[in-house]
Design a protein around this ligand. Structure first.
Ligand code: COA
Length: 389
C-alpha cells in the first residue's frame, strides 16, 4: 500500500532518516570496538592502552589484518615485506616531482595512491588471495609519498627509503634526511598505533562502500583518503594546529579562554573537540595529552600545551564537550618538527591499516551497500521548452 505522501516506500516501511547515519549499525566487524559512554577502544581484542604500552605499529597492522598478534617469525616477515615495498614506482615519483608545490599534501597523497594501481599488475582483480599483498604495498608506500612530496616542495632532494627500520623511523628519516632519535621514533610509532583503526568512521565507511561494489583496494583507499581529508574528520588535526598558531600570533600572553568563548559565541566549531561516538574523553587522547605535555616542555613550546588546556577547560565548562584524537596530536606533531599541513596525511599513513583490514573483511562477506533516500522534491512537472524558461 502506498502512503498518501507518495514517498515511494510502503506505509509500514516509511523511512525514518537518521541524519548523518547517527546510531545506524551497518556492518559487523572484528576490527574494533568503541564504548563512547565510558571511553573504551579495543582493536581486535586488545585495549588501546595495552597496545599503546606494548605494541609497535607493524604489530598493530598484523593484528588488524589477521585478528591476532603475530609470532616473532610472522612479525619479521611482515616487516621485511613492508621494507621491500617502500620504493615508489617511477610514474608516482615523476608525478610528485612535477605537481604544484602549493598542492595540499592530502590531495597529492590521494592522487599518488590512485596512481600506484597502475604499476600493480594485480590491482584490477577482486581476489582475496591478492588483497593482503596490496594492503602491505599501499601501507609501505604512503609514508614514501608524503615524505617525497614534502622534500620536493621544499626544494630538497627526495630521500630514498631505508632497507631497514620501522615505518616510523624510516618516515622521519625520509622526511628530514637524517635518522631520528629513539624518542622521536617512539613518538611517531605511538601516534601511528593510536590512529590505526576506529570503527565505522567516515573514511572507513567510504572504503567499505567502494569495496562492496567489487571495485579494488586502490580505489577504496583513494576514496578513504578523500573522506579523511575533510576538517570534520582527519583534517581536524591541521585545523587545531592552525588555531594554536593563530593564538601564537597574538603573543605569548594570548588569552585562549577568551578566544574559545568568542568562537563559541560566534557559533563556530572548535576543531579537535566533539565526537559522534565518544561522549567522554577520547581514550586515545590520554596518551596524546601525556606526550604533548612532555614534548612541548622539552622543545620550549609550553605555550601550546597551556593554551590547549585553557581551551579544553573552557570547552568543558561552556559546552561539556571533550577533546578528540586530533586535539593533542597537533601539539605532538608540531613538537617533533612536522609541518602542520602534513598531519592529516600522517593520519592516513596509520589509518590505512584499518581501512585495508575492513576492505578484506567486507570482501569476505560482501553485499552491495545501497541505502535509500527520501525524495522531497516536486513531481510530475510540465516540460517547459528551453526558450520559454
Ligand atoms: N565545537 C563547538 N561545538 C561543538 C563542537 C565543536 N567542536 N562539536 C560539537 N559541538 C556542538 C554542536 O554545535 C551541537 O550543538 P547544538 O546541539 O547546540 O547545535 C552539538 O555539539 C552536537 O554537535 P554535532 O555537530 O551535531 O555532532 P556530530 O556528531 O554531528 O559531529 C563532529 C561530530 C566530530 C563532526 C563535531 O563534534 C565537530 O565538528 N567537531 C569539530 C571537528 C573535529 O574535531 N573533527 C574530528 C573528529 S575525530
Amino acid at each position: 500500500m502506498s502512503s498518501g505522501l507518495h514517498t515511494g516506500f510502503d506505509e509500514q516501511e516509511y523511512p525514518h532518516i537518521n541524519k548523518g547515519l547517527d546510531g545506524i549499525v551497518a556492518f559487523s566487524t572484528t576490527k574494533s570496538f568503541i564504548d563512547g559512554k565510558v571511553g573504551d577502544l579495543i582493536y581486535s581484542g586488545y585495549h588501546i592502552d595495552t597496545l599503546a604500552e606494548n605494541a609497535t605499529f607493524e604489530e598493530v597492522c598484523f593484528l588488524l589484518w589477521n585478528d591476532r598478534l603475530p609470532n616473532s617469525q610472522e612479525l619479521e616477515d611482515l616487516k621485511a615485506k613492508l621494507i621491500d615495498k617502500r620504493e615508489l614506482p617511477e610514474s608516482v615519483l615523476n608525478y610528485i616531482k612535477t605537481t604544484s608545490t602549493d598542492a595540499e599534501p592530502m590531495s597529492v597523497l590521494r592522487s599518488a595512491v590512485s596512481m600506484l594501481a597502475d604499476s600493480d599488475p594485480t590491482f584490477g582483480k577482486f581476489d582475496e588471495a591478492l588483497f593482503m599483498e596490496q594492503a602491505i604495498s599501499i601501507t609501505a608506500r604512503i609514508p614514501s609519498i608524503i615524505a617525497a612530496f614534502d622534500r620536493v616542495r621544499k626544494g630538497k632532494e627526495i630521500v630514498a627509503p631505508l632497507k631497514e627500520g620501522s615505518t616510523a623511523f624510516n618516515f622521519l628519516y625520509m622526511l628530514n634526511g637524517e635518522k631520528p632519535g629513539e624518542q622521536a621514533e617512539k613518538t611517531m610509532d605511538l601516534c601511528l598505533i593510536l590512529h590505526a583503526e576506529h570503527g565505522m568512521n567516515a573514511s572507513t565507511f567510504t572504503c567499505r562502500t567502494i569495496c562492496a561494489t567489487m571495485s579494488d583496494m586502490y580505489s577504496a583507499v583513494t576514496g578513504a583518503i578523500g573522506a579523511l581529508k575533510g576538517p570534520l574528520h582527519g583534517g581536524a588535526n591541521t585545523a587545531v594546529m592552525n588555531t594554536l598558531l593563530e593564538l601564537a600570533e597574538q603573543g605569548d600572553d594570548a588569552d585562549a579562554v577568551a578566544f574559545t568563548k568568542k568562537k563559541l559565541e560566534n557559533k563556530e566549531k572548535m576543531m579537535g573537540f566533539g565526537h559522534r561516538v565518544y561522549k567522554v574523553f577520547d581514550p586515545r587522547g590520554y596518551h596524546l595529552q601525556k606526550m604533548a605535555k612532555a614534548l612541548s616542555e622539552e622543545t620550549g613550546h609550553e605555550n601550546l600545551y597551556r593554551w590547549s588546556m585553557d581551551m579544553l577547560n573552557t570547552m568543558k565548562e561552556e559546552k561539556n564537550i571533550d577533546p578528540n584524537v586530533d586535539f593533542f596530536s597537533a601539539t605532538v606533531y608540531y613538537s617533533i618538527g612536522i609541518q602542520p599541513d602534513l598531519y592529516t596525511a600522517i593520519f592516513a599513513m596509520s589509518r590505512v591499516s584499518g581501512w585495508t583490514g575492513h576492505f578484506v573483511e567486507q570482501a569476505a562477506n560482501n553485499r552491495l551497500i545501497r541505502p535509500r533516500a527520501l525524495y522531497v522534491g516536486e513531481k510530475n512537472l510540465d516540460w517547459v521548452p528551453v526558450e520559454e524558461r
